[in-house]
Unconditional design. Structure first.
Lengths: 113, 113
């Protein structure tokens, strides 16, 4: 069946280090992927997205990598800051067939001082 | 630009009581979504509106949940009667249209006692 899952529920990283959050998906037909950041008491906030015809996309301090062969998605955050502490969700979508976004369970990122 | 507004932010009720949540989307956004988010989980779509039409309500438990978006702007989600298992955060999101970035509100945290 369709599912989006995360390898680790909690990740602790030293401030200033790079963070890598991983995600696995099972539907090979998924063609659009999104990373969201959710801070306590707030709704999810779009970080970066990637379409299935790409394997890498960079934003400001964030990079998303897509490996379609093993159906794996990762979010890399460079030089993590205290403000990066949040829960991160990956999500998948079947573009132009269904506007429904399927979210994974989330990884909580702790930034250590 | 104001974001998605939801009220109330918190609601505590006893089981079997009715409850309603209100959402005001970003101005000009035709698509509105209601999501349910359980603790530690990603949001799950309940219903999606295109203007005033509910185009996907397949995940809405229609025996007790109802929603409306009468004028294609604000929306209300209702539960009657509430059950203990309905305790969760109810998120509203809006977008310019299908397949566009979704912007989330802060959510309403419901506690059913």
């Amino acid at each position: 069946g369709e599912s989006v899952g995360l390898h680790l529920p909690t990740l602790s990283v030293q401030e200033g280090d790079n963070s890598i959050i991983n995600c696995a998906y099972s539907n090979s037909a998924s063609d659009y992927f999104i990373w969201y950041k959710q801070e306590s008491g707030k709704g999810p906030q779009f970080i970066i997205d990637i379409r299935s015809n790409m394997d890498k996309r960079q934003g400001q301090r964030v990079t998303v990598l897509l490996n379609k062969t093993v159906k794996h998605l990762s979010l890399q955050i460079a030089a993590t800051q205290p403000g990066d502490s949040a829960v991160y969700f990956c999500a998948e979508n079947l573009m132009n067939r269904d506007d429904k976004i399927i979210f994974g369970k989330g990884t909580r990122l702790h930034i250590l001082p | 630009e104001a974001g998605v507004v939801q009220s109330p932010r918190y609601k505590i009720i006893e089981k079997k009581q009715p409850v309603a949540f209100w959402c005001n989307p970003i101005s000009g956004h035709n698509t509105l979504y209601w999501y349910l988010q359980n603790l530690g989980q990603g949001p799950e779509l309940l219903i999606r509106y295109e203007n005033e039409e509910a185009v996907d309500d397949s995940q809405l438990p229609k025996d007790r949940f109802s929603a409306e978006r009468l004028k294609g702007v604000d929306s209300t989600l209702k539960i009657q009667p509430a059950e203990l298992g309905d305790s969760a955060v109810y998120l509203c999101a809006s977008s310019r249209g299908a397949y566009n970035e979704q912007f989330f509100g802060p959510g309403t945290r419901l506690t059913v006692l």
